[in-house]
Write a protein that binds this ligand. Sequence first.
Ligand code: ADQ
Length: 745
Amino acid sequence: MVSPTKRPHVLLASNRLPVAVRVERGELVVTPGAGGVASGLRELTGPDSGRWIGWPGETWRLDAEQRRALDERLQALFAIPIELSATEVRRYADGFSNGVLWPIFHYALERLPADPGGWDEYRRVNERFAEAIVKEYRPGELIWIHDYQLMLVPDLVRQALPDAAIGFFLHVPFPTSELFRVLRWRRALLEGVLGATVVGFHTAAYAAHFISSAQKILGCPMAEGRIVIGGRQVRVVDLPMGIDASTYDSLARAPQVEREVARLHRLRPDMELLISVDRLDYTKGIPRRLLAFERFLERYPQWRGRVQLIQVAAPSRESVGAYQEFGRSVNELVGRINGRFTTLGHAPIHFLSRTQNRERLLALYQAASIALVTPLRDGMNLVAKEFVAARQDDDGVLVLSEFAGAAAELAGSIVVNPYDLDGVADAIAQALEMPLAERQERMRSLRARVLERDVHRWANDFLAALQAEHDRAGRMPVQDETFDQPRQVIATIRRSRSRITLVLDYDGTLVPLQARPDDARPDDELLQSLARLAARRDVAVHVSSGRRRAEVERWLGHLPIGLHAEHGIWSRTELGRWSSRLAERPAWLKAARKAMDERVRSVPGSMIEQKEASLVWHFRNARPEVAEPAAAALQNELEHALDSSDAAVVAGARIVEVRDARVHKGLVVKDVRREHPRTRLVVIGDDTTDEDMFAAAPPGAVTIKVGAGRTAARYRLAGPDQVRQLLDSLVRGLGKPRPARPEAA
Ligand code: ADQ
């Protein structure tokens, strides 16, 4: 259970506050909401725990006196209201949230309006939620934002509170990226959610879809199992939500529930009951369920007159266009099937189009032989779990759609495909004919799961993950991403009077990265500046590149400087004399080549560069949404396939490279230090492979990272232009050059 003393306060935000507000005979009545999320999270609010921010409902009809009373009541419930106008509700909630996001997230593309609207209000209401959170927030609190109505809020809060622990949980499915990218606002929605520290989903599949959308649509890389965005890492977790199972379990034994169960049995002697409970929503699969029940009656005539399906369907979202027609068509379907199979006053379908209170629901669950829970898509589906929690008699069969999140968890149910009418009809027959011993065995295993993984455990686990992740971020070295000015760095270099040894990466450091590697050849200016530096007796110059030896030699070979190719496999410290750090060609090259060849075929625009002891897959000319996930997959594949410890797989700037792990650029720096003792070492590079050089540099060295990204370097310059400024002012500032030596530095 939650222990407020052990955990910081929680600031919850969801579209609706967990209250029901109504006016009875002029008096305002505020009752705590009964929804699953509400009852699960309510215990997180209180004087020593936390507050809840959300919309209290349609308050625009209240007079001034009632409004005052509402504020008081809400305060007592630790609830902070966000008042929305009727227009805002129509456009933000009905229009965009329920009219656009809901159908897409539930794979119901055909329910999307031709010209989806409401985005501006969605954004504005999200801004108002974020402002309220920022205003309420006290340092040290955990912020927990809920569901698809508030997807922009995490990042809006992050901008105002960069160091806050922000959690986000999506209660609906996250669809495959192919479907998600139908949304015109896909980037903004993803970036909004990725403002969170931890993002939670009901199932591993939703989490995987979200990660792949972040990779394909935003081009986000992964690091340490987390999504990287804006210099931060975002953890994605799958945590299936549970119900308040112990409350259900004990309420199920209440006398009024038992009386109701007895009444139901009396009214329908010798009748097997099937129960379905839903909001009247097109995602819940009610029409197909009715058709499957009809199919069952056709195929299993022996059951006619001995079974009844009680369908409880609470009206829902009646102001959203897609729901209006829907209700009517369900009614017609019930009428048609009942017309066909009603005998001696017995109608096979009993349709209750209203919300039932919890006791009545519990009685229905207990009186039923089967719960038919067959949504077409459902984030989790709590009804399935409520049915299980109600069955302390260990009896009853759960028939569950494979497209409900609950199916990933509830082994023991009969899992069906709701689109397969024959399959569902057969499952109903199978459930009706199942022997008692098997029913009990299945129900016991279901109950063990539902009672153990309840809503309290879910909330605790999520908040623990959020706290742990927040602590981890706090332990990570803070990266100063601001750029230094070349003259500041020069000042540091000059502070020492000793001689200087420069070790310079080439691509991305001395020249900008080019779409075609051949276009990165050195211009005259660069060559002159390197020549002038090399001509000085108090300066030694080394260029350490990942490129092939032949290229480095062709472009820079005439200069009296040290050259290092293929990340240090080849080195030349005297003009024309190259030597290798590797005795033979690595054994893993062939397998790596094969894997990369396949990627070239599947990712148009990508290509392979083969070197002496390394292979590079370049994808800077390919579409990022295709190439980025392929790169992640290739990296993964190579890491597993090349079991040789001699091979290192590195993902760099739009490349995946395999090279010999025994040799890296760090060895270049070590050798250079040995060659030029007692000099001030200046190491400059832009890429992951240059981090080996920074790591090998002695404490007094000046290490400079070019561009953004995590680094161990002490300084950071914006790009090759700034590096060149630095080199030029080194030439100017160190006095007159000496004549060039015939030998390399
Ligand atoms: P919902 O789509 O509302 O929730 P669900 O999980 O089934 O779906 O929860 C519905 C709740 O309302 C249950 O507690 C149920 O008992 C109650 N309910 C439904 N119909 C009722 C009726 N006719 N009368 C009385 N009570 C009724 C969203 C997602 C789900 C996810 C939850 C929680 O769509 O997939 O499981 O959030 O994350």
